[in-house]
Design a protein around this ligand. Structure first.
Ligand code: IPE
Ligand code: IPE
Ligand code: MG
Ligand code: MG
Ligand code: MG
Length: 295
């Protein structure tokens, strides 16, 4: 399975990268356009769009037909990274193996580039609705994406994450932060893919549990990698969470317990998938890839 999931990731990444290049503005026009291209094209694992494509495929919908949705998820994610790195937030100079957007350009351009990526994401969802004659699905996807990215989702989690710096939080409180700042977009990725495929509500709920657990596990591993990895491996600074006194699972409960928590969330996610009476081999293999990753 590991070879075929690797091939799957590789193949989908090519499709997503090609679409992103097409949807982004010409980098030669303005500094903001250049910064948008710089950050999105720096690479990244493209996990959220790949999850959206995999969810749609689970219900028999062709990946290429929802490419705007997948791209929108990556644009929202890339915007969140640009803003996450700003001096007022995590103050991080390295991202995806390159100087962060505000370092390569400047803070004002980085703020605007993030805003522009977020805006473009919603244009793409609407464009998908018109192109595929799936206006109603597109509206539902807009709502899901907006809720996941907004003050009750990712932004809410980012606020809690900043407020928690230097504080001692319980494991449950730390997990709530992970659920919002990272889990919300993972859930949206799966949900948007499933919505585009008009998946039935009860199946959507099963997938939502899978994605929620996976998102939390993903952030726990991100925090562990921050402690254990190197900047060269991660493409972003190592040890940054400790320097900023971030409230992480690893800091609160130790690395072994944090890894065990990620393991449990992974196993629960896989168990949940079994309730879906469909071919979930790729979704299960993707979960393993996300949780047992090295960068
Ligand atoms: C990093 O996400 C930010 C988190 C939510 C932990 P990824 O690890 O998916 O970053 P890229 O897209 O591969 O750069
Ligand atoms: C970021 O979490 C989550 C986002 C919503 C961007 P982190 O701050 O841990 O992400 P990295 O480690 O900088 O990628
Ligand atoms: Mg952060
Ligand atoms: Mg950060
Ligand atoms: Mg991190």
């Amino acid at each position: 399975m590991s070879t075929s999931v690797d091939a799957y990731l590789e193949q989908k990444k090519i499709i997503i990268d090609r679409a992103l290049s097409e949807f982004l503005p010409d980098p030669g026009t303005t500094q903001v356009a250049a910064a948008m291209n710089y950050s999105v094209k720096a690479g990244g694992k493209r996990l959220r769009p790949i999850l959206a494509l995999a969810a749609a495929e689970t219900f028999g919908v062709n990946a290429e037909s929802i490419i705007e949705i997948a791209s929108a998820l990556e644009l929202v994610h890339s915007y969140s990274l640009i803003h996450d790195d700003l001096p007022a937030m995590d103050d991080s100079d390295l991202r995806r193996g390159r100087p962060s957007c505000h370092v390569a350009f400047n803070e004002a351009i980085a703020i605007l580039a993030g805003d522009a990526l977020l805006t473009l994401a919603f244009k793409l969802v609407a464009a998908y609705g018109l192109r595929e004659h799936k206006e109603k699905e597109a509206l539902k996807i807009c709502i899901s994406l907006a809720e996941a990215a907004g003050s009750e989702g990712m932004i809410g989690g980012q606020e809690l994450d900043l407020m928690a710096e230097g504080k001692i939080l319980s494991a449950a409180e730390i997990e709530t932060i992970a659920e919002l700042k990272t889990g919300a977009l993972f859930r949206a990725a799966i949900r948007c893919g499933a919505l585009a495929a008009s998946a039935p509500d009860h199946e959507m709920e099963i997938l939502d549990c899978y994605a929620g657990g996976l998102g939390k596990a993903f952030q726990i591993i991100d925090d562990l990698l921050d402690e254990e990895g190197t900047a060269a491996e991660l493409g972003k600074p190592a040890g940054a969470d400790r320097t900023s006194a971030k409230a992480t699972h690893a800091a609160a409960m130790g690395k072994t317990a944090a890894r065990a928590r990620a393991d449990l969330l992974y196993r629960e996610a896989i168990e949940k998938l079994k309730e879906l009476h469909r071919d979930t081999e790729i979704l299960a293999a993707l979960a393993a890839k996300l949780v047992y990753r090295k960068k």
